[in-house]
Design a binder for this molecule. Structure first.
Ligand SMILES: Nc1nc2c(ncn2[C@@H]2O[C@H](COP(=O)(O)OP(=O)(O)OP(=O)(O)O)[C@@H](O)[C@H]2O)c(=O)[nH]1
Length: 313
């Protein structure tokens, strides 16, 4: 069996760990300098003095690991840890509690607050370094596997799982109550596979996915492969005019790949597009997808290599 941690992955991980940011929440200057001295050669260190300051700054700092002292002014470290765990963004970020206190239930309180680990003061700097390194390493691996689970292995665009997982967040983040979606399906693809073979078919899917990605200019837009030769493009904050512009661009850009397809009436690979814009996005994302799918069906019925978009108010 292949070893998972090849030297390449190990050295990539080491690089990533070196670029990590540690947030240290510590009000005592002497205690902070001990942590700072131990870690400064390994990662970038940011400091906050209180729970309130940490909550205010943590979204900008985007730390890879958080070290929290138990004794903080106003709210203590356990309260901070509990609060951080309530945010999706910090649900699995490693949190190390630090304390010199001894009372009986404290360790249990740390675990109950959702900390990943704790270190007792006074600590051996090497132990702190090793613990930080250990947590960063496993967090990075977890992030990588999570990301890979969201990417279509053939085309490298996002997959259906990604679409489903971002849907909720997408609706929460919409700055304007408009969202458009385009379903894109390669025309006569069965005939293409039958004529040119599956490997050539795969390469068409890769090129089409790449062309679709290049049609999008906003960082909030994204392409997913739903399966087979069907893709979905999600355009947050985009009205029906914008959806028509992108649908038209998609049709033209796939045509201009000029991939020969002798079994298509267009003699090249083309796509059909079904688009929909919702002015007041329904809670049920599936309704958007279903409507776009119906329009795709119309575009296919009308002769393919074209788009049909609608807008529901
Ligand atoms: N090469 C390749 N083919 C795939 C993949 N996934 C699905 N297909 C093929 O895509 C074809 C889809 O066929 P249909 O659903 O009939 O669609 P179509 O031939 O494009 O016809 P229209 O959509 O009506 O224009 C089938 O032959 C599938 O085997 C893939 O990952 N690679």
């Amino acid at each position: 069996m292949d070893k998972i941690n090849t030297p390449d992955i190990e050295s990539k991980l080491k690089e990533e760990i070196d670029e990590s940011t540690v947030l240290v929440v510590e009000d005592n200057d002497v205690d902070f300098s001990v942590v700072d001295r131990a870690l400064t050669d390994y990662c970038k260190i940011e400091r906050c003095h209180s729970t309130e300051e940490a909550i205010k700054k943590v979204f900008n700092i985007e730390p890879h690991i958080i070290i929290i002292d138990y004794h903080l002014p106003n709210k203590n470290g356990i309260e901070l840890c509990t609060e951080l765990r309530d945010y999706n963004r910090f649900e699995s970020t490693p949190i190390l509690m630090v304390t010199g206190d001894e009372h009986a239930t404290l360790e249990l309180d740390f675990w109950n607050a959702g900390c990943s680990d704790f270190v007792k003061k006074p600590f051996n700097p090497t132990t702190l370094i090793k613990r930080v390194e250990h947590h960063l390493k496993y967090q990075k691996m977890l992030d990588r596997y999570r990301n890979e689970a969201m990417i279509d292995s053939l085309t490298k665009v996002f997959n259906r799982r990604y679409l489903e997982s971002v849907t909720k967040q997408l609706y929460a983040r919409l700055e304007s109550p408009q969202v458009s979606a385009l379903m894109v399906d390669v025309d006569w693809f069965k005939r293409y596979n039958d004529t040119y073979g599956h490997l050539a078919g795969d390469s068409v899917l890769v090129r089409v996915a790449d062309a679709l990605t290049k049609c999008l200019e906003r960082s909030t837009d994204f392409v997913t492969r739903l399966g087979g030769e069907e893709f979905a493009i999600v355009l947050p904050n985009t009205d029906d005019v914008g959806a028509n512009v992108i649908a038209n661009r998609v049709i033209k850009s796939v045509e201009s790949l000029n991939i020969a397809h002798n079994e298509s009436p267009f003699e090249k690979v083309t796509v059909s597009v079904g688009g929909v814009t919702h002015q007041h996005p329904p809670k049920d994302w599936q309704a958007l997808v279903d409507e776009a799918d119906s329009n795709l069906y119309l575009a296919k019925g009308n002769g393919r290599n074209q788009f049909v978009c609608s807008s529901s108010i």
